[in-house]
Design a binder for this molecule. Sequence first.
Ligand code: ATP
Ligand code: MG
Length: 275
Amino acid sequence: MIVGIDIGGSTTDAVLLNNGEVIVVTIETGDPVAAAAGALGKLLSTAGGALADIRVIAASGGGARCLQDHLFGVPVVKVPEIVAIGVGGSTLAEKKDALVVSLGTGTALVSVRGEQIEHVGGTGVGGGTLLGLARHLLGVSRLDTLEQMAMTGDLTRVDLTVGDIAGGPVGIVPASATASNFGKVRSDPTLADKAAALVNMVAEVTFTVSLMAARARQHHDIVLTGKLSRVKPLRERIEDMQPRRGENIIIPPYADYATAIGAARAASGHGDGRI
Ligand SMILES: Nc1ncnc2c1ncn2[C@@H]1O[C@H](COP(=O)(O)OP(=O)(O)OP(=O)(O)O)[C@@H](O)[C@H]1O
Ligand SMILES: [Mg+2]
């Protein structure tokens, strides 16, 4: 058995890979060592295994540096987060050439071309932005509340479109394209409208940055991973966006556990940890 742990800015995700079987658990990240220990305990109690059955713990994410080289006697291998994201996203999507985007607390962009895995860049706009602005703008702390509000809101009362400004399309840009997120200041939106606009802004920013990075690095396939991909209205908004040059957007199974799976696969050399 091999365990992959991703100690991220919001959550600690852990996966146990055992000859084709996958078990996943998530706990909120507090103290990184406690989070890793808790995730390990939860995995073992779910799998019904023993510590001695675990060959190695592959640790990644911002909190991994806090772990020692053993956890409860099991060797810990640190996998750089960029490698874990690249291996996780590309193997889950079964692509050897792709831009892998981690939609986590923030956003990280990773180019994968065969064995070559490279950090392209990233932004601070991500799931943390969504939750933080929901709290500050709307007084909403729960993600499920935000999702429900966003699904009933009306974007046209918050976002300024190209059509609003120009009266129609401008060159290749359709009238419905956003000219300015939150730019329609002369209307009185409801909280639900603002929730929709907030989800839309994070979706548009992350999607646009991903598309630009994919084009700069000549990738046709864009693999989206991270827990932000679970947020239904955001995922639907991204799936709705049709890239003009036909880039392929993939949200693979286990996208929300891609970094933890990538850490485990990288540490196992894609051997018995493969799912
Ligand atoms: N069940 C959930 N628990 C926590 N966050 C969730 C959940 N579902 C969706 N999210 C969204 O996903 C974001 C966290 O994503 P993820 O867990 O992939 O990031 P992370 O690995 O903790 O952070 P990073 O990789 O940026 O350090 C949250 O900010 C939130 O917007
Ligand atoms: Mg992460």
